[in-house]
Design a protein around this ligand. Structure first.
Ligand code: CTP
Length: 415
C-alpha cells in the first residue's frame, strides 16, 4: 500500500486496518509528504510490518535492493493518490521509494485519487488518468462531497470499505491461486459486506453493454478507402466508463488509432457491413447498445480488385447505400436500451430529434461538430442529450471521459 501526501491520508489507516483484518499481509510505503499527515508509526502498529519512506534509508526488514518491495505484492494500492503522484507515474518518473517501486512492480495497481475538484478536473490530471487507464491501472473514482478546502465537489477519497472492496474484487476476478488470501476473505465476516458495497456502488453491475466506436472504412481498391474523421475516442471512453460501473462490455471498433482497452470484449472491424454483422451477432444478449461509431452511409459499388491507375482527368465512383445499423436495431429491439449519436453541422436539435424517432432510440447524444471544443480529434466535446420523452439536457464543454461518465450514468437510469 502506498500513501501519498493528502489530507485523506488519515483514511488510509482504516484501509490498512481493514485489509489486515481480511487476512492480507500489508506493507506500507509513504511519501515524505504523507508523513506530514500521518506518522509511519501508526501504519507500523496497524500492519505489524516496518513502514518504508526514504529511498535510501536503512530499511531493515527488506532486501537491500531498493526495489525489493516491488516484487513482494500481489496488488499495489495507492490511497490517497495525489495529482502530483498520478502525474509522476503517468510519465515514468521514479524519484522516491514509492514511485520507484511502482515502476518496478509487476503487480496489479489500484489507485484511489483524492484531491480538490479543480485539480481533479484539470486537463493535465485527466490526461494523466487516461494514460494510467490505458496501462490497465485500476482507478477508483473519487467521491463527491465536502472537501477539506471548504468546497463541495468531486475529489474525496471514497470510503475505506469501497476501496477495500476493489482490492477484493481484483482477487475474485483473477481467481488468485493465493489460497491463503482466498480462504481468509471467504470466511471473513466482512466479505459479504464488501461485496454488497461493490454491487451498490456499481451502477451497471450485471448488465451487458455493447458500444461501437471509430470510423468505418469503405474500400475503393486494395490501397484506398473512403473514411471519416472519427478518432474513436468518445466510444472508447464510453466503453471504459461502462466497465468502471461494473458492466460486461463489448466494444466493436472500426478504424481508430487507440489501443484496445483491457477487460472488455474487443472486436475490430473495418466496413459498415462488417460492423452490422458483428453488432447483430451480439444484439440478442445485450441490455444496451451505444452506437458512437461514425458509420459510412455509402460504400463503393464495385471495389476494384487491383489498384486503380491514374488515366482520365476525372474519376467517378458509384456509391451505394450502406445498411443503417441503428435503425435496424430499432426495429429488432425487445427490451434493449438504444443510444445513438448525431454529429451535425446545422439544425442540431431538429435533425437529432428526427433520428431519435426514426431509429426508435431511448436517447440520442447530439453535438454540433463545427463548435470549438466539440467533434473529431479533440479531447473535449459539447453535447446535448435528447430523450424519447422530449426532455433535453445541455452539457457544457467537458472532456470526452467526463461526457462518457455522464452518458453511462444516464444509461444506468434506464434499468
Ligand atoms: N448509424 C448506423 N448506421 C449507419 C449510419 C449511422 O448505425 N449506416 C448510427 C450512428 O452510429 C449514429 C446514428 O446512427 O449513432 C446517427 O448517424 P448519422 O450518420 O449522424 O445519421 P444518419 O442517419 O446517417 O443521417 P445523416 O448522415 O443524413 O445525418
Amino acid at each position: 500500500m502506498g500513501v501519498t501526501g493528502g489530507i485523506a491520508a488519515y483514511k488510509s489507516v482504516e484501509i490498512a486496518s481493514r485489509l489486515k483484518k481480511l487476512g492480507a499481509n500489508v506493507k506500507v510505503i509513504m511519501t515524505q509528504s504523507a508523513t506530514e499527515f500521518v506518522t509511519p508509526k501508526t501504519f507500523q502498529e496497524i500492519t505489524k510490518n516496518p513502514v518504508a519512506v526514504e529511498m535510501f534509508a536503512n530499511i531493515t526488514d527488506f532486501d537491500e535492493n531498493h526495489i525489493a518491495l516491488a516484487n513482494f505484492a500481489d496488488v499495489v494500492l495507492i490511497a490517497p493518490a495525489t495529482a502530483n503522484f498520478l502525474a509522476k507515474v503517468a510519465h515514468g518518473i521514479a524519484d522516491d521509494l514509492l514511485t520507484t517501486t511502482i515502476l518496478a512492480t509487476p503487480a496489479q495497481m489500484i489507485f484511489a485519487p483524492a484531491m480538490n475538484t479543480v485539480m481533479w478536473e484539470n486537463v493535465a490530471t485527466q490526461d494523466n488518468l487516461k494514460i494510467l487507464l490505458r496501462r490497465d491501472i485500476k482507478i477508483i473514482e473519487p467521491a463527491t462531497g465536502n472537501l477539506a478546502c471548504g468546497t463541495i465537489g468531486k475529489g474525496r477519497l471514497p470510503e475505506p470499505e469501497k476501496i477495500c472492496a476493489e482490492v477484493v474484487k481484483f482477487f475474485n476476478a483473477t481467481q488468485s491461486d493465493d489460497e491463503d488470501f482466498q480462504s481468509v476473505v471467504t470466511v471473513s465476516s466482512s466479505f459479504g459486506e464488501i461485496l454488497t458495497v461493490r454491487e451498490e456502488t456499481e451502477k451497471l453491475h450485471g448488465k451487458k453493454i455493447l458500444v461501437t466506436a471509430g470510423g468505418t472504412v469503405e474500400p475503393i481498391d486494395p490501397v484506398r478507402y473512403i473514411g471519416n474523421r472519427s478518432s474513436g475516442r468518445m466510444g472508447y471512453e464510453i466503453a471504459e466508463a461502462a466497465r468502471l460501473q461494473g458492466a460486461d462490455v463489448i466494444l466493436i471498433s472500426a478504424k481508430s488509432e487507440l489501443p484496445a482497452p483491457k477487460n472488455v470484449k474487443f472486436i475490430k472491424i473495418e466496413t459498415a457491413e462488417e460492423m452490422r454483422t458483428a453488432v447483430l451477432n451480439e444484439f440478442d444478449t445485450v441490455d444496451a447498445v451505444i452506437m458512437s461509431a461514425a458509420v459510412s452511409d455509402y460504400r463503393v459499388k464495385n471495389v476494384a480488385a487491383q489498384k486503380i491507375k491514374k488515366s482520365a482527368e476525372t474519376l467517378t465512383l458509384e456509391l451505394v447505400k450502406n445498411p443503417d445499423i441503428l435503425k435496424e436495431l430499432g426495429q429488432l429491439k425487445k427490451s434493449q436500451v438504444l443510444i445513438g449519436f448525431a454529429a451535425e453541422t446545422e439544425n442540431l436539435l431538429e435533425y437529432a430529434q428526427k433520428k431519435l424517432a426514426e431509429k426508435n432510440l431511448e436517447m440520442i447524444v447530439a453535438n454540433n461538430v463545427t463548435e470549438e471544443g466539440a467533434g473529431f480529434a479533440v479531447a473535449t466535446n459539447i453535447a446535448t442529450l435528447i430523450y424519447r420523452n422530449g426532455k433535453i439536457e445541455n452539457f457544457p464543454k467537458m472532456t470526452k471521459a467526463e461526457l462518457a461518465e455522464k452518458i453511462i450514468a444516464r444509461v444506468a437510469e434506464f434499468f
